[in-house]
Design a binder for this molecule. Structure first.
Ligand SMILES: [Zn+2]
Length: 311
């Protein structure tokens, strides 16, 4: 199955920036970039991103405009360089009301709007979002509880308690997502959770636990959620998923059993679906009733469409 997956550019991948780690480790260099006339800033507020007023296309602001957004903005987070243009993310405190009118833009959630973005914009916003959400969740030291401060352009948070000095680095949570093929090679395994959009079915996913390899996690998650035993676990591709902080690691696997006996009640419905039956599945954006496929911008959809196209 790996032969076709490499031809996809998954949404939120391919950030077109030099992350310039050597620059961000020097405080004076990062500060100098703040005053660069070219510098562009991507604001994030309450998990929402700044879009053009018509909601189409992301909107970046200048460093000079940061102060018009709010009086108590957080630290700028250095994302990297695009040629000579420095790019930053800006965390606006949740309790503030940024002045949309002054900015001639609107704050909107990313994923529902991703279809209006080109691939480079989507990747930039996902990167900015992942960094901002990580900062928001690491304001205090996980070791001693003292406040932390942003350092190295926002790529480290350091504990302010001198006796502790713990340094926390941006993290992503590894999650596996797996397309399971029936032993007959003609059906794949789909399930649905009650909290998903009406009618949506997807492949099995779950978080990697400590002391577990990715392949072991695939086998465990499929077994827990469906009762199906799988072998031949094969890595396919990965996708940043900053909602809030995951990295989705996509796999395929072969089922060696077919009867559903879930250990947990995570899935409301589980089914084997043939390639022909998949043709009757709609899009999550459709208002029509009936089963639907995951969003076209997800790795779940890539795994399903790649498998569907195989024969
Ligand atoms: Zn500490």
């Amino acid at each position: 199955m790996n032969k076709t997956s490499s031809s996809w550019r998954l949404t939120y991948t391919g950030v077109a920036l030099d992350r310039a780690a050597a620059v961000r480790s020097v405080a004076a260099d990062v500060k100098a970039l703040h005053t660069c006339d070219l510098a562009r800033v991507l604001p994030v507020w309450n998990g929402n991103h700044l879009f053009e007023p018509n909601g189409v296309g992301a909107k970046a602001i200048s460093v000079a405009d940061v102060s018009t957004l709010s009086a108590a903005t957080g630290d700028l987070i250095f994302l990297g360089l695009s040629d000579t243009t420095p790019w930053f993310a800006l965390a606006i405190h949740a309790e503030e009301e940024p002045g949309d009118a002054q900015l001639a833009g609107v704050f909107e959630p990313l994923h529902p709007r991703v279809g209006s973005l080109d691939a480079d914009q989507a990747a930039m916003l996902a990167y900015a979002r992942g960094m901002v959400l990580w900062h928001a969740n690491h304001l205090h030291c996980g070791r001693c509880g003292a406040p932390t401060e942003s350092r190295e352009g926002g790529h480290v948070r350091t504990c302010t308690n001198e006796d502790c000095g713990y340094r926390a680095f941006p993290r992503t949570d590894a999650a596996v997502i797996t397309l399971v093929e029936h032993p007959d090679g003609k059906h794949c395994l789909l399930g649905r959770q009650s909290r998903w959009p009406d009618g949506m079915y997807s492949v099995v996913a779950g978080f990697v636990e400590p002391g577990e390899s990715l392949e072991e996690c695939v086998i465990r998650e499929v077994k827990e959620e469906t009762g199906i035993v799988v072998t031949d676990v094969q890595y396919q591709a990965s996708q940043p998923w900053p909602f809030p902080s995951s990295l989705m690691l996509g796999f395929t696997a072969k089922a060696s059993t077919t009867e559903f006996k879930p250990d947990d009640d995570e899935l409301d419905d589980i089914r084997w679906v043939s390639r022909d039956e998949l043709n009757d599945y709609g899009e999550t954006s459709d208002d029509t009733p009936g089963p639907k496929l995951p969003n076209r911008h997800s790795i779940a959809r890539m795994l399903i469409d790649t498998w569907r196209a195989e024969h």
